[in-house]
Ligand binder design. Structure first.
Ligand SMILES: *Cc1c(COP(=O)(O)O)cnc(C)c1O
Length: 409
């Protein structure tokens, strides 16, 4: 089954008894059983079934099944947001005294989460760049997770996923990959050796900015040393499903960060058009990047699709000649950046990514405002930088829009 077909027909589960073509919304918080015995069996796991929507729900499960299939994982757990997905994916392996080695130049919310983890006694060491050495040198006996993004947002670094996965495997450490900006259309990190894939489904998977959501996908390939990962010990009997079983039965249940059935429905509808949207978005982004490079008011354009990007070669191989929706430009000063943003007619000033609309944001004064200048620059955030996330509009209109706005500075 090819990609666009698998979005529509891949692992959609049993036919609905009323013949509904879309997944029905099971808008209820709990499920009833005829007998006490039956509910006892469902509770103990002897019999499959739904109990309470905080733990599982048919609409949410349909979405989980489809993403697990697309990512070529064994199972998935949907969450209330991308942040919940990242937090639970990590806390399923890491406890006080443990360490994380993370890429730098990652999403601001994840940086902030790692700072919060310090309060729980969990330390994060940041690799300075995306080279293998810079990850390796931060690994200690306490390292339980290596965390990367497929394309760092907003620095737009591209790590070599296969190489980092090999390093992780060699050292017996779990590799968690945030593939929000690439989606399975560009890359399937599990095929390159990732143990766990996370997404903010609020972005490209939903595609139209209609709700928040996240998902954690387990590869089933993790070689778990239960002495190194004592949190998973109680779930050993689940074999390759140990990681995802604990995630659902412990963390999701206890923290309550479940996806709502309605949001699962909206996100599933979005998912079905992921392929055509991503194809168009990637084309538009490359066109816009090339056009902005020619504009004299633009000092630099950062986009892995441009040949001068140091990540161009790797991105081409790893993502099949597509480079995603996000590019950044620098325009000299913060005032210029504000002027451009305020002068755009179509592109919307919003902190989101992965919408049908082209979005722009000034990262330094918004998502990264709580960090000092040095930290910002380490994350690839500059005062004169605008982040653009290209949408589905006709690219000629997007280019014209930026050109007229740049003329104002
Ligand atoms: C948006 C985003 C998140 C967080 O997702 P939410 O759904 O907003 O909680 C995590 N990682 C990346 C790369 C993102 O872009």
């Amino acid at each position: 089954m090819r990609f666009n077909t698998s979005l529509i027909h891949g692992n959609i589960g049993p036919k609905e008894d009323k013949g509904a073509t879309n997944v029905p919304i099971y808008q209820c918080n709990s499920f009833q059983y005829e007998t006490a015995r039956e509910l006892e069996e469902v509770f103990s796991g002897k019999k499959p079934g739904f109990i309470y929507t905080r733990i599982n729900n048919p609409t949410v499960e349909a979405f989980e099944r489809r993403i697990a299939f697309l990512e070529e994982g064994i199972a998935a757990v949907a969450t209330s947001s991308g942040m919940a997905a990242i937090a639970l994916a990590i806390l399923n392996l890491v406890r006080s005294g443990d360490e994380i080695v993370s890429a730098s130049g990652i999403f601001g919310g994840t940086y902030s989460l790692f700072r919060s983890f310090e309060n729980l006694g969990i330390k994060t060491r940041f690799a300075e760049d995306s080279s293998l050495e810079s990850f390796e040198k931060h690994i200690t006996d306490k390292t339980k997770v290596i965390f990367i993004e497929t394309i760092g947002n907003p620095r737009l670094d591209v790590p070599n996923i296969r190489q980092i996965a090999e390093l992780a495997r060699k050292r017996g450490i779990a590799l968690i990959v945030d593939s929000t900006v690439t989606t399975p259309y560009l890359v399937k990190p599990i095929k390159l050796g990732a143990d766990v894939v996370v997404h903010s489904t609020s972005k490209f998977i939903n595609g139209s900015g209609s709700c928040i959501g996240g998902i954690v996908v387990a590869s089933g390939n993790m070689k778990i040393d239960y002495d190194k990962y004592p949190l998973l010990k109680d779930y050993k009997k689940y074999g390759e499903f140990a990681y995802i079983a604990r995630l659902r039965n412990n963390l999701l249940k206890d923290f309550g960060a479940c996806m709502s059935p309605f949001n699962a429905f909206l996100t599933t509808v979005g998912l079905e058009t992921l392929g055509v949207r991503m194809e168009r978005i990637c084309e538009n982004a490359l066109c816009l990047a090339k056009a902005l490079k020619e504009n004299k008011k633009v000092i630099s354009v950062n986009y892995p699709g441009l040949e001068e990007s140091i990540y161009h070669q790797l991105a081409t191989e790893q993502f099949g000649g597509k480079y995603g929706a996000i590019l950044t430009i620098r325009v000299g000063t913060k005032e210029n950046a504000f002027k451009v943003i305020d002068s755009l007619r179509y592109a919307i000033n919003s902190t989101n990514i992965g919408d049908v609309r082209t979005l722009v944001v000034h990262p330094a004064s918004t998502i990264y405002t709580s960090f000092d200048v040095e930290e910002k620059e380490a994350m690839g955030v500059y005062e004169d930088m605008i982040r653009i996330c290209v949408g589905l509009e006709d690219v000629e209109d997007i280019i014209e829009d930026f050109y007229q706005a740049l003329e104002k500075v």
